[in-house]
Ligand binder design. Structure first.
Ligand code: BGP
Length: 489
């Protein structure tokens, strides 16, 4: 009973949200570097130069760039990824703190533009390789197993400016060059790899998930196919490079409940859920599901899937499924209900049984158990929860941070995860809570939305000395890991 003795406890991060050093040692700008800081009320924006030569911006979630726009970073804008929390210069101190908590694993991503500044180079930047080698050596020193995401919400902006990034098949070759470099350079230190973070996000957040500057459904369908092909080729290359490598996909998974038991609500919920899982279907089963192809046809989306593409997808299925889980949502077939009650970032109707976080995300620990059951019965592959956590404002009181709300959130989710393993027989490899050290929020670009066990003295007005401080949750999580999830008190 209980968690396996090799259960991978740890925490998760992403390069663009915490490294800083955005142009250090030859790194090029990526899609996240062009996103401004937002807030609860103010959406993030993406900046570019129009073909007439004026600097302009659009909202990140709805970006549909004018023809000829050249993306970049400009004076007068505040871009939170540029400084992050400066892990670039603090990695030794940060990894020592993670080790003190007893981390078995640490999820981090490699910044593609640190290795290939525009994405178009044929040789990698040695300084970029050196940085990650140092980080992996440090992790090895502390016996922490790295879990590496190859693409986490950042694409070299050079690829967007060249041919709209993932919308063009040529990006696959650039990505494969980068993946090969990672496997060859870091293969001695890294065994667990993830291809694309929340790959299913490309459908509703094409800029964040792929540096794609368009909302055209046909363009997005191509970008999704190209990422799926790159993912499959990466899995194949990983296994050829080292048969001991384990490669997972990564999907965002918000459980969806029917708003009422009306059959129409249930049908709509299932259809949306199927669409969310379409990426997972391709990455686990190696084929495009017929319902997705049918959806493209019905919407008049021209879509090419060659025999060679089908072969690639078939040959590159993943070893395990990893996913993020923060919340659940409700779906109604009635457009008026959907429109009036949209409750949080993903979308959906407010659930009267659930409380929400300060940022409006519905807190649903049982939903985590639901998601584990749904994914496991659909695919029967080992699962890995690689993101889960509470974004909240923390206050420092006399040098301490009493984040009991965060402990409550995590405890409730870990309890459900335990039940899923013990009572439902789910094969679960590990758990890495999101933002184990405070970092920049992906959706809002804020520092104020904190997830960490470790507080970072860095604020949205750019004040703070980047010093690190343990929160109450630090010792709590340390105990959870030390007892392999037995003591959650
Ligand atoms: C996931 C992303 C992460 C992370 C997290 C929390 O969707 O993979 O990068 O940021 O959400 O979201 P936020 O930072 O918007 O609170």
């Amino acid at each position: 009973m209980g968690f396996d003795k090799n259960f991978l406890w740890g925490g998760a991060t992403a390069a663009n949200q915490f490294e800083g050093g955005w142009n250090a040692d030859g790194k090029g700008p990526n899609s996240s570097d062009c996103c401004t800081r937002g807030s609860k009320k103010l959406p993030r924006r993406v900046t570019y130069m129009t073909k007439e030569g004026t600097v302009d911006s659009q909202m990140m979630f709805t970006l549909n760039a004018p023809e000829g726009a050249v993306f970049g970073c400009f004076d007068g804008y505040d871009y939170p990824s540029h400084e992050g929390i400066d892990f670039y210069h603090h990695y030794k101190e940060d990894i020592a703190l993670l080790a003190e908590m007893g981390f078995k694993t640490f999820r981090l991503s490699i910044s593609w533009a640190r290795l290939y500044p525009t994405g178009l180079e044929t040789e990698p930047n040695p300084k970029g390789i050196e940085f990650y080698q140092n980080v992996f050596n440090e992790l090895k020193k502390h016996n922490i197993e790295p879990l590496v995401t190859l693409s986490h919400y950042e694409t070299p902006v050079g690829l967007t400016n060249a041919w709209n990034s993932w919308a063009d098949r040529r990006t696959i070759d650039c990505f494969m060059r980068y993946a090969k470099t990672c496997f060859e350079s870091f293969g001695d230190s890294v065994k667990y790899w993830l291809t694309f973070n929340e790959i299913n996000a490309i459908e509703h957040m094409p800029w964040l998930a792929g540096g794609v500057a368009s909302k055209d459904p046909a363009v997005i369908a191509c970008a999704a196919r190209n990422q799926l092909l790159a993912s499959a080729l990466t899995v194949k290359l990983a296994h050829e490079t080292n048969p001991a490598f384990k490669v997972g996909n990564m999907v965002s998974y918000a459980v969806m409940y029917a708003h009422t038991c009306s059959p129409e609500d249930v049908l709509k919920t299932r259809r949306i859920q199927n669409n969310t899982l379409f990426f997972c279907d391709v990455q686990c089963k190696g084929v495009y599901p017929k319902n997705k192809l049918n959806q493209y046809r019905q919407r008049g989306i021209e879509f090419e899937l060659t025999e060679e593409d089908k072969k690639i997808l078939k040959e590159g299925t993943v070893d395990f499924i990893s996913f993020s889980y923060y919340m659940s949502t409700c779906v109604s077939a009635d457009p008026e209900v959907m429109a009036n009650q949209a409750g949080n970032m993903v979308f959906g109707v407010k659930n009267p049984y659930l409380k929400t976080s300060e940022w409006g995300w519905q807190i649903d620990p049982v939903g985590l158990r639901v998601s584990l059951n749904e994914l496991y019965s659909r695919y029967e592959l080992p699962l890995f929860i690689v993101e889960n956590g509470l974004g909240a404002q923390d206050t420092v009181e006399e040098g301490q941070i009493h984040d009991s709300y965060r402990i409550d959130y995590l405890r409730a989710h870990i309890e459900q995860m335990k039940k899923a393993v013990e009572e439902d027989g789910i094969d679960l490899m590990g758990y890495t809570s999101w933002g184990c050290i405070d970092l920049v929020s992906a959706s809002s670009g804020e520092m104020a939305k904190r997830y960490g066990f470790i507080y970072v003295n860095k604020h949205d007005d750019k004040t703070g000395d980047n010093s690190r401080m343990k929160k109450d949750s630090f010792d709590w999580y340390k105990k959870v890991i030390a007892t392999n999830g037995e003591d959650l008190a």
